[in-house]
Design a protein around this ligand. Structure first.
Ligand code: FES
Length: 230
């Protein structure tokens, strides 16, 4: 006859269940390699958050710097007509084709005596088109009240630097150079038939010293210019 354990843990009068002094077997979660403590979890969250924030800062900065360097225009000269179309002592406005359709722009050709300058109509604040006012001999931006004097230097509003300029050259009808922005002396002897050419744009500071072309909102001097190193 087979003996059967009683419901009260006795077997024929002998207790066979767990006793008070028997070691209790416990599961130690720390022994599991996959176990993540609260400290580990919070450290991971902090590292991940830091990585995301660092990326959020660095990616646009690096992207902006690389994109800016890629934006440099190839050097090209655009013939905008004979000098007779740009009378002395006047500021003329002319649309000029850029190297691509999206880079077409309007240029102010300013002649004063034997000086010639070409100013871009792109406001250096956020890029709105400025207009020339012959009465004040200055430029005004309709967007945020930016104003520039006859040389394109900021006189009011938020623009960070003077209006950008273009390289220029005067050539004879058969293509011989007569004068250039960097060597303008020949302009005094140029004839009305000589052709005026527009070159690449560049930026200037308040002393009209040239810098590589900057984008709207970028200063060319001062501490903030270090944010735009390329
Ligand atoms: S875009 Fe010209 S002042 Fe803002």
């Amino acid at each position: 006859m087979t003996s059967q354990q009683d419901p009260d843990g006795t077997n024929g009068g002998r207790y066979v269940g767990p006793r008070a002094h028997d070691p209790v077997e416990e599961n130690d979660p720390h022994a599991d390699p996959a176990f993540i403590t609260r400290t580990k979890f919070l450290s991971g969250v902090a590292i991940a958050t830091g990585a995301v924030m660092t990326g959020a800062i660095l990616v646009p900065v690096v992207g902006f710097a690389v994109a800016d360097s890629l934006k440099d225009e190839p050097a090209q000269w655009v013939d905008i007509g004979p000098l007779s179309q740009f009378p002395e002592e006047e500021t003329s406005s002319i649309a000029v084709s850029g190297p691509a359709p999206e880079s077409d722009r309007r240029v102010f050709v300013r002649r004063r005596g034997e000086e010639l300058a070409m100013l871009w109509n792109r406001c250096t604040h956020l890029g709105c088109p400025v207009t020339y006012n012959s009465g004040s001999d200055g430029y005004a931006c309709p967007c945020h009240g930016g104003a520039y004097d006859s040389e394109g230097i900021v006189t009011a509003g938020p623009p960070a630097r003077p209006l950008d300029r273009f390289d220029w050259m005067v050539v004879t009808p058969d293509g011989q150079q007569v004068a250039r922005r960097s060597d303008p002396a020949g302009l005094a002897d140029a004839s009305d038939e000589d052709r005026l050419m527009v070159g690449v744009p560049f930026s200037v500071d308040d002393e009209l010293q040239p810098y590589r072309l900057h984008g709207p909102g970028e200063p060319v001097t001062g501490a903030l210019s270090n944010l735009y190193p390329f």
